[in-house]
Ligand binder design. Structure first.
Ligand code: C2O
Ligand code: CU
Length: 473
């Protein structure tokens, strides 16, 4: 199948109905999905930084789906528009893993922020962040994995003047690629892998087929020139160690948090759930050939549970043979770190987050000894201050920790300086078994409650989420 390119929306007032739809994913019967705007991925929203954007999401899925909560992943958003998970409701009267009181008021549980079936909610985004490749997805308590599995994910690109001034490929040579794994039954319908039997630490769900932009092993025509590939992993658990066939290398220019200080040539790039990498690929050396984007195991690597990457082809680029001029290039320097990150120093952390497995009878993922509870805030960082936080993994599974609200600068991995491709801003980080990472982050935008969680979606749904509240100093 040709690579699908979701429609792009650029207006300041956007309406996205959340609807059931059928899509051609595999040859044969179409697959029923829950979608943003009728497609998976949903429409790609493309806006300039600093331009206020109002998106009205209309929940038109059947009542049985229950409440939703939409998160713009990577955005610096106000707490009430950040996709707060919420608590127990009539539609979700219990939580399998999280210990949440039914007595909380809608405000205390965050249920006042949810999107109910039949209702709509307008999210206001000011896009105060730098240009970056983001995405949006459901974030409801206990059900994030299920909702995204069924199709509730879309891409979002923030542009700004700094990036536009660089001679990078643009237009149809700027390709967003969303990688997702899904399993299908004999009628091409999504399976339902969310069994209550799948308990931590064995609750990571892998799909059998890998999709790119919602198609299985698609192909895409390219010219023998430079392209910018924006690669995003939205799988619930799987990681990919992406590389190109024909020995083509990739030059990484950006992470989740936008452009890096300088480009880095890479043979392969490991992407855990929710991580992104933007790379420049020059197809000039392979004119007339078919190049595969693949994922491979890592040798040697930390191939522990949770970080074991898929092995196989993801998609194909069919490179045309006619010569074409290429006026793009990769600048030697990209985007300097912001001042606060340049000045960030290794020091004793202001806050520690410790991941453990516990709960005795029914095992759960714990963050600082507890599962997610909207009534409990674990940290109170100050607005307009740089905080240093440590995340420690005391389990035998790798986790991919994501922090809402702002971008982070990795100071250390296990006491050592980060590798060059992590010496930049990011917001989603692998934390390997028994490893600790030290991060600096600047809370520049809004006060309010935000979550920190593992982006392996079953882990998140099974307790591995906490929250912090940004307050005035
Ligand atoms: Cu992409 Cu809190 O999530
Ligand atoms: Cu995890």
């Amino acid at each position: 199948m040709p690579l699908p390119l979701p429609p792009t929306l650029t207006g300041d007032r956007i309406r996205i109905p959340i609807v059931a739809a059928e899509q051609q994913i595999l040859p044969g019967a179409k697959t029923k999905l829950w979608t943003f705007g009728g497609s998976f991925p949903g429409p790609t929203v493309r806006r300039r930084a600093g331009h206020r954007t109002r998106v009205t999401f209309e929940h038109q899925l059947p009542k049985g789906v229950g409440e939703l909560s939409i998160h713009l992943h990577g955005g610096h958003n106000r707490s009430q528009f950040d996709g707060y998970p919420g608590g127990l409701t009539k539609d979700q009267p219990r939580s399998l893993y999280c210990d949440i009181s039914r007595a909380l008021t809608p405000r205390q549980s965050g249920n006042d922020l949810l999107l109910s079936p039949g209702a709509s909610k307008t999210y206001v985004y000011d896009l105060t962040e730098r240009a970056a490749f983001q995405w949006y997805h459901d974030h409801r308590l206990d059900r994030t994995a299920r909702h995204t599995w069924h199709g509730l994910a879309g891409m979002w690109i923030v542009d700004d003047a700094f990036e536009e001034a660089l001679p990078l490929p643009r237009g149809n040579r700027d390709l967003p690629l969303m990688i997702a794994d899904r399993s299908f039954d004999r009628d091409n319908q999504l399976t339902d892998p969310f069994s209550e039997q799948l308990r931590p630490p064995a609750d990571g769900i892998n799909g059998a087929k890998i999709l790119v932009n919602g198609a299985f092993m698609p192909h895409h025509p390219v010219g023998p020139r430079r392209y910018r590939l924006r690669i995003l992993n939205v799988s619930a658990f799987r990681s990919y160690n992406v590389r190109l066939s024909h020995g083509l290398s990739m030059v990484q220019i950006a992470t989740e948090s936008g452009l890096m200080p300088k480009p880095i040539r890479r043979e392969s790039i490991l992407l855990g759930p929710a991580e992104r990498a933007e790379v420049i690929v020059d197809f000039a050396a392979v004119a007339g050939e078919s190049v595969e984007l693949r994922s491979s195991h890592r040798h040697p690597g930390r191939n522990t549970a949770g970080a074991r990457s898929y092995e196989g082809a993801l998609m194909q680029f069919r490179v045309r043979s006619e010569r074409l001029p290429d006026h793009t290039r990769i600048p030697r320097k990209l985007r300097p770190l912001p001042k606060w990150a340049q000045g960030a120093k290794v020091r004793k952390p202001d806050q520690r987050w410790e991941i453990t497995l516990g709960g005795g009878f029914s095992t759960k993922w714990l963050l600082n000894g507890r599962t997610f509870d909207p009534a409990h805030v674990q940290a109170f960082p100050h607005l307009n201050k740089t905080a240093v936080w440590e995340i420690v993994n005391r389990t035998t599974v790798a986790h991919v920790m994501h922090l809402h609200h702002t971008d982070w600068y990795l100071l250390q991995r296990d006491g050592k300086p980060p590798p060059p491709w992590e010496d930049c801003l990011k917001e989603t980080f692998f934390v390997y078994p028994n490893e600790k990472i030290l991060l600096a982050g600047h809370f520049s935008d809004y006060t309010g409650k935000f979550v920190i969680h593992c982006h392996m979606l079953d882990h998140e749904d099974h307790g591995l989420m906490g929250q912090f509240q940004v307050v005035h100093a």
